[in-house]
Ligand binder design. Sequence first.
Ligand code: HEM
Length: 258
Amino acid sequence: MLKKIVIVSLITVIISFFCGDRATDIIASIFNIMFFSHKTPLNTQKLFTKEELRLYNGIEKPNLYLGILGYVFDVTKGAKHYGSNQQYHIFVGRDASRCFVTGNFNEEAISEEVVDFNNEDLRSINHWFNFYKKEYTRIGKLIGKYFDENGNLTPYGKTVQNLIKEAELSKAKDNLEKVKFPPCNVEWDAERGTRVWCSDRSGGILREWVGVPRQLYEPGSKSFRCACINEHNEKLGQIKEYDGCGTKSISCFVKEQN
Ligand code: HEM
């Protein structure tokens, strides 16, 4: 370090002597290269504790930071969505990855847990992650579920990244499955909870029938998704009725989407 300071001082004297007005710019550039060029920008390396991230909710601190899959993004420019009292405020100051998919923004439902998601849900959370990468600046990582205190992926973080990769790879196969068992529409509101329902285009599958919402289980798994079922596809998969949903109801309020 001392050696660098001596060299820079010498260069400064020489440049000031020969370069007159342009000396300041030239010296600043050299200074930059010698002391800072080897470093990647600090802001991409910041590690947040949960408590620290919690402050960036536009109230305690003016900036709005959002966590997703353990990464932290600065969403201050989206204050009309994330600011205090705005619709998506629950996403700032924390990692609420799960809620991007469930659409359940109730305080008790807020969670960063996604390992039990099915392929469709994993692609959905990955879609949101890619959205934030494209639209906002990534500023760091959250220490906890996905990253350790050195900023390395935890076993959980690695598992989720692998599951997401596999889910993206199986998209074509899953699309065929989607035509066979069209997904239900899902919405959530604070008073009534989660509603699932079928329509002749739910899941983006245009068809001539509507169907009724049912739990469709993946073979050999306890996880299910909501699928629209009719007399043609009811025998093709492992299907269960939702508790409290009439056999012929096309719309139901349910405890958990999956
Ligand atoms: C799982 C459910 C949902 C989630 C997780 C969700 C999440 C979000 C988020 C995070 C944003 C802000 C994006 C940004 O930073 O620019 C947003 C914007 C928006 N959402 Fe939702 N949303 C959901 C459902 C809905 C529904 C059901 C509607 C309409 C019926 C809706 C309408 C909108 C609109 C109009 C915007 C603003 C778009 C813009 O100004 O660019 N969202 N949503």
